[in-house]
Design a protein around this ligand. Structure first.
Ligand code: ATP
Ligand code: MG
Ligand code: MG
Ligand code: MG
Length: 483
């Protein structure tokens, strides 16, 4: 299929417009008014209050494309990024919402209509998953996702999932509910004939990937871990745009689509290296750069500068991770990332114009960050070599050493972990935390290392205990989790 990514995005918005949805702009990536969240991690974040019954949306049917970032907290994909071909730090989430309006039936029918009739994805490549509680009898058919899917999808294309995959939660608190996902099997026909696709759903097969999640918002997770029914029932869907483009353009990696080809070509031109789409370090480095520059650029454009604390430190970490990849694996020792900003600014001019508008500023901030980190990187990597050489017996970097790498050489702990993992050794996390705390107590330049987007509840509260609280609800029994 020759549809461009821009056309694919527009078809999504036009489709939901034709179903009565109001199209709204993406909210900023940086969240300013929610103490439980640093970055937008899903399309629904900006609508959280409406689910909770506080305030009313402009329309009870909305659709958009939302800039999301999943690098910390409950949704953290950083370690996968660049290593696999379909998890990004920043990605676009296409979404449609019903606020107390349509529910499972319409959401399911429309998602199927869009994928199979508008995008023309072959039906035999699609699989859907439902929350395993759906299986049980007793609820009105119209409230059971499974019953809706059975009308349109063959039985061996329906998969039952557990809480991890089929009960969506925004974070440790907030709106949540059972969900139904759509997966695409992109394997060649001979492989598909050997192993049926339904066996590979949610099994980390790089060619059998989840593209769309339809969440049926029915509960609010409270701080004590319990679930409270929401005042009304809502639909919240999220489709990974880059994954959708890959499927429609028939590629085996998101990075082979026109979403990333511009930046990859630019990196190749700057470094005089060739991208080969393999699993080797150089290929990973290309993917890391093509990915990370988006997160860095759009976050800065949305007002978050790199810094030593909070959201700013998350951005600094991503930037340093990217620098380390080009330095070590593309043999490029000068600032590189800032040179990619113009490519993105032009590419997203009509989707997220904020980057184009602040192109000079964003470029300057990134360049200065790169220069500053490059000044100590070489020394830090030498230090790291020594540490690794001394760790052959213990297979572990002790906490003091990891702390010194941070304090003296500016190596965020996840960079140290990354390099350690490449050398098959681990990091003494507890020792590192201890050293960090000791430094804080000495009150020298306290670098608050926020590793989570979300306020951390006390241990044990993340367990799925909520349904017991809802004993008056029939649905409770349906959805009780088997763990
Ligand atoms: P996965 O299981 O692949 O990690 P998820 O179940 O965590 O995805 P959801 O929270 O259901 O993802 O988000 C809705 C959609 O957003 C997914 O179906 C997927 O297409 C897309 N998506 C999620 N995480 C990422 C990511 N890190 N990069 C790109 N797309 C993503
Ligand atoms: Mg995930
Ligand atoms: Mg999933
Ligand atoms: Mg999902």
């Amino acid at each position: 299929n020759t549809l461009s990514s821009a056309a694919i995005r527009q078809l999504f918005l036009d489709f939901f417009k034709s179903k009565g949805h109001t199209i709204v702009p993406s909210a900023p990536i940086v969240v300013k008014n929610d103490p439980t969240l640093l970055f937008t991690n899903a399309g629904m974040n900006q609508f959280k209050d409406y689910f909770l019954g506080n305030g009313a949306p402009v329309s009870n049917r909305i659709a958009d494309t939302q800039k999301c970032l999943r690098v910390s907290g409950k949704h953290n994909d950083l370690e996968e990024v660049g290593v696999d071909t379909y998890h990004h730090t920043m990605f676009e989430m296409l979404g449609n919402w019903s606020f107390g309006d349509y529910f499972k039936k319409e959401a399911i029918e429309w998602s199927w209509e869009l994928l199979t009739q508008v995008y023309k994805i072959p039906v035999d490549r699609l699989y859907v998953s439902v929350f395993e509680g759906d299986e049980k009898e007793g609820l009105p058919a119209s409230t059971i996702a499974l019953k809706e899917w059975q009308k349109i999808v063959a039985p061996d294309h329906i998969v039952f999932g557990n809480k991890k995959d089929n009960f969506w939660e925004m974070g440790d608190t907030g709106p949540c509910g059972p969900c139904s996902e759509i997966h695409v099997d992109m394997r060649p026909d001979d492989e598909r004939a050997l192993v049926p696709g339904h066996l590979l759903v949610n099994k980390d097969n790089p060619q059998v990937i989840e593209i769309w999640n339809n969440v049926f918002m029915q509960y609010n997770r409270l701080k004590d871990g319990s679930l409270q029914p929401l005042p009304a029932q809502h639909v919240d869907t999220g489709m990974g745009f880059e994954r959708l483009v890959r499927v429609i353009q028939g590629k085996s990696s998101n990075y082979d689509t026109d979403v990333f080809s511009g930046t990859i070509e630019k990196v190749a031109a700057i470094t005089h290296q060739t991208y080969t789409a393999g699993d080797d370090k150089m290929s990973i480095a290309f993917r890391v750069l093509a990915d990370h520059i988006r997160a860095i650029s759009f976050t800065i454009a949305d007002g978050q500068l790199p810094s030593n604390t909070g959201a700013g430190y998350v951005i600094r970490r991503i930037l340093r991770r990217a620098v380390r990849y080009y330095y070590s694996y593309l043999s490029y020792k000068q600032p590189l990332l800032f040179q990619l900003v113009p490519v993105l600014a032009t590419q997203f001019e009509h989707v997220f114009p904020e980057l184009q508008q602040q192109q000079d500023f964003v470029t300057k901030v990134i360049k200065e960050e790169e220069e500053a980190f490059l000044r100590t990187l070489e020394k830090g990597l030498k230090k790291m070599d020594d540490i690794i050489a001394n760790a052959t017996a213990t297979k572990m970097i002790d906490g003091e050493a990891a702390f010194e790498l941070l304090d003296t050489y500016g190596f965020p702990i996840d960079l140290t972990r990354l390099i350690a993992a490449e050398n098959n050794i681990t990091v003494d996390d507890a020792g590192f935390e201890k050293a960090l705390l000791a430094q804080k107590n000495r009150s020298r330049a306290a670098t608050a290392l926020d590793t989570g987007d979300w306020t951390i509840l006390k241990e044990g509260q993340v367990n799925f205990v909520g349904y017991d609280v809802l004993t008056a609800q029939t649905e409770v029994l349906r959805y009780r989790m088997v763990t």
